[in-house]
Design a protein around this ligand. Structure first.
Ligand code: C2O
Length: 535
């Protein structure tokens, strides 16, 4: 195993898109940021130096950080922010994981421009479970705002409303030629007929689940969230913010130019977002004057596509890469996802949109929760997060306006070391139903079941897939439905869990688990590094 060192300079850089230039926060002046290349087993040291006038923290999304939450990154959860002029070295081992993950800023909305790919190669001598591709390419899907994102969020907060949606979607930071002034801001990938390519697709968008397709070409899904899957062929993929999907593409068509395209899956009844980002799959030798063909994407509200696509994803579950699904459950959790309205004395119209889990809207603490846990600092958080909602109701029935008030609190759930947890996430129809991509830090989990309507504890578990369910770090809870996940709590520490739609995270759709130390010598949280940023 090697030690891989990276230097990340957080700086403000002028970038122009959609006919105007604006200063954005970047790593090393790059947008998207640099790719981290490591091999399974490596130790990684990323020295983050903050030269921008913003507090910063970086999260290595999907890396388990065993016993080492200090390197996980979410601000006020596992560390205090890296202040202007300061540095922090994220020091972690990449153990037992291979594939595509990504990194992003984990403070306010700064991940709008501060993100990049993580590519973990398998151990030397470990073959891929699919044919070796000719070449690979990372495809980072994102969003672009013409105005300053932090400003927009502050304005929105004052009004108690969401900020304006983005002005473009992007592929590798580029919107593509369907947007003004974007001909030169178009990503192109050259291919040769007859060869096979691996695309490492990452959804780094702030607020949109996206469909992605390539005109005339099928995609063969081989991995999600850095876990191998049983390969399956599809015309389009659906990918939620936080998720990664590796696909094989065979350049088997008539040599020409073909559009790759990404457009939102918009299931919330009030939001319409049809912005399509494009990039080009360019066969070698074809001149740039050939007009590319657009792919057919599922309709923006195609919930059936979403359900059937997600149902196709299965763990590879081979002898070498078994799916170790917990068969017995020690702790059953049932969390309702609520979007509602709370009073807001400082907002212009006296109310604000609010989100909750089991009617609790998470309040960010003033110091890092992991620090408070490790040093036993009292009064920072409580560990009485309820295992189920206060009162059961018809979760996906008619909007229950009576149920809109939520309780504020920094309340966590305490989980015994090495216990097995089943968590059912239930969408509710308080304001409207909507799909929510939930991300758990520090773990992968198995998605053992999903369905529409209300979870039925006496019938649905019998239909769970306990053989080859997908193993992921981020899962979309279906619109007006539920998802059941299982994991073994073998990673001690404080681990954030939240909706990866930034809008909902900032409204409070988040919580954290305190996983207790085990009794073994190597089953407790490691001591914090000396340079851990303090508040
Ligand atoms: Cu990708 Cu808590 O984040």
């Amino acid at each position: 195993a090697a030690v891989k060192k990276y230097q990340f300079n957080i700086q403000v850089t002028n970038v122009s898109r959609l006919c105007h230039a604006k200063p954005i926060v970047t790593v090393n002046g790059m947008f998207p940021g640099p790719t981290i290349y490591v091999r399974e087993g490596d130790r990684v040291l990323v020295n983050v130096t903050n030269s921008a006038q913003y507090n910063m923290s970086i999260h290595w999304h999907g890396l388990k950080q065993y016993r080492n939450g200090w390197a996980d990154g979410p601000a006020y959860i596992t560390q205090c922010p890296i202040k202007t002029g300061n540095s922090y070295v994220y020091d972690f081992n990449v153990t037992g994981q291979r594939g595509t993950l990504w990194w992003h800023a984990h403070i306010f909305w700064l991940r709008a421009t501060v993100y990049g790919a993580i590519v973990i190669m398998p151990k030397q001598g470990t073959p891929l479970p699919f044919p070796q591709p000719e070449r690979e390419e990372t495809i980072l899907l994102g969003e672009w705002w013409n105005n300053d994102v932090e400003e927009l969020v502050n304005q929105g907060n004052k009004l108690g409303l969401p900020p304006n949606m983005s002005d473009a979607h992007t592929i590798n930071g580029k919107p593509g030629p369907l947007f003004p002034c974007s001909d030169k801001h178009t990503f192109a990938m050259e291919v040769e007929q007859g060869k096979t390519y691996l695309l490492r697709i990452i959804n780094a968008a702030l607020n949109d689940e996206l469909f992605f397709a390539i005109a005339g070409h099928n995609l063969i899904v081989v991995e999600v969230d850095a876990m191998y899957t049983k390969p399956f062929t599809t015309q389009a993929i659906l990918i939620a913010p936080g998720q990664t999907t590796n696909v094989l593409v065979q350049a088997s068509q008539v040599p020409s130019r073909y559009f790759m395209a990404a457009r939102p899956f918009m299931d919330a009844p009030l939001s319409i977002d049809n912005k399509t980002a494009t990039a080009i799959l360019q066969y070698k030798g074809i001149p740039n004057t050939v007009l590319p063909i657009l792919p057919q994407l599922p309709a923006p509200n195609d919930t059936n596509f979403a359900l059937s696509y997600n149902a196709k994803i299965r763990s590879l579950n081979s002898p070498q890469f078994p799916a170790n699904v917990p068969l017995k459950v020690d702790r059953h959790l049932f969390y309702t996802i609520g979007l509602g309205i709370n009073p807001c004395p400082t907002c212009l119209n006296g109310t604000q949109l609010t989100a909750s889990l089991n009617n609790i809207t998470f309040v960010m603490p003033q110091i890092g929760l992991l620090q408070a846990h490790y040093f036993n600092i009292k009064g920072v958080f409580r560990t009485d997060f309820p295992d189920r909602p206060p009162t059961p109701f018809n979760y996906t029935g008619a909007p229950l306006t009576a149920n809109l008030g939520t309780t504020l609190g920094t309340r966590l759930s305490k989980i015994a070391f090495n216990s097995t947890v089943e968590l059912v996430l239930q969408d509710t129809n308080l304001l409207s139903v909507e799909s929510h991509p939930f991300h758990l830090h520090g773990y992968n989990f198995f998605v053992v079941g999903a369905g529409v309507g209300n979870f039925n504890p006496s019938k649905d578990p019998a239909k769970f897939n306990l053989v080859d369910p997908p193993e992921r770090n981020t899962v979309g809870v279906p619109t007006g439905g539920w998802t059941a996940i299982r994991f073994r709590a073998d990673n001690p520490g404080v681990w954030f869990m939240h909706c990866h739609l930034e809008l909902h995270t900032s409204w409070g759709l988040k919580t954290a688990f305190v996983v207790e130390n085990g009794k073994g010598a190597d089953q407790s949280v490691l001591p914090p590094p000396k340079d851990l940023p303090l508040c």
